[in-house]
Design a protein around this ligand. Structure first.
Ligand code: DHB
Ligand code: MG
Length: 219
């Protein structure tokens, strides 16, 4: 096979079929999101399952998400934390939060999820810490702000997942004027340089093109 975006999508679909399967609540969340006109930039099914596995492998009970969108990744993590677990998820757009609220409730995990409406930079200082896993998937320009709060609101051992670190390879362009690329590079540099973190990152290809995810632990 030639390594083309079409081939990556085909393989992604095979992996999702083989390892993730179909799930009515998650698929309904995507339909609701699309019908409401939200951007289709949620994590791929295989990445949703990765979040689920990271929550379960780490035994996380308190999860923080920055960037709810339509609640797709939120449902994945709310299921993974179990009945006693909780997810606090921050969403800047009230309309997105309403779509997410309905989908999360319909998935049967509503009582585990606290949606906070507002900009991350405004909401994060109001939260009580102790989060075991933090998933950052919001405006890329604020990645360093979100990483700083993830460290402050976490504890040694807290898992941090930072989405969209590949951006079609643009992250190697140190002369990029794209604010998302600059924010992504700044976030990666912080994960490398700031002694509070130990991190790595993996490039991904698949249904969402060429991108990647960074994983870190709070030391
Ligand atoms: C964008 C944001 C995302 O979280 C994502 O997964 C893909 C793209 C974006 O803003 O371009
Ligand atoms: Mg993302």
């Amino acid at each position: 096979m030639e390594s083309t975006p079409a081939a990556w999508s085909q393989v992604d679909a095979f992996l999702a079929d083989t390892l993730v399967g179909h799930d009515p609540a998650l698929e309904a969340a995507l339909t609701a999101q699309r019908e409401a006109g939200l951007p289709e930039i949620e994590v791929a099914p295989v990445a949703g399952k990765l979040l689920d596995l990271l929550v379960r492998i780490s035994g996380a009970r308190r999860v923080l998400e920055v960037g709810t969108l339509g609640g797709y990744s939120t449902i994945w993590m709310a299921r993974a934390v179990g009945p006693e677990g909780r997810v606090v998820t921050i969403e800047a757009e009230a309309g997105n939060a309403a779509v997410a609220r309905a989908s999360i409730d319909a998935a049967g995990v509503g009582e585990r999820v606290d949606i906070r409406i507002g900009r991350g930079a405004d909401v994060l200082p109001t939260l009580v810490g102790g989060f075991d896993l933090v998933f950052i998937d919001a405006d890329k320009e604020s990645n360093t702000v979100y990483l700083d709060w993830a460290a402050k609101l976490g504890h040694p051992g807290t898992v941090i997942v930072l989405d969209n670190i590949g951006r079609d390879g643009e992250i190697v362009r140190d002369d990029s004027t794209d604010s998302k690329v600059i924010g992504t590079r700044d976030g990666l540099r912080m994960l490398g340089d700031d002694p509070r973190f130990d991190a790595t990152a993996l490039q991904t290809v698949g249904a969402k093109g060429w991108d990647g995810v960074a994983l870190a632990i709070v030391v």
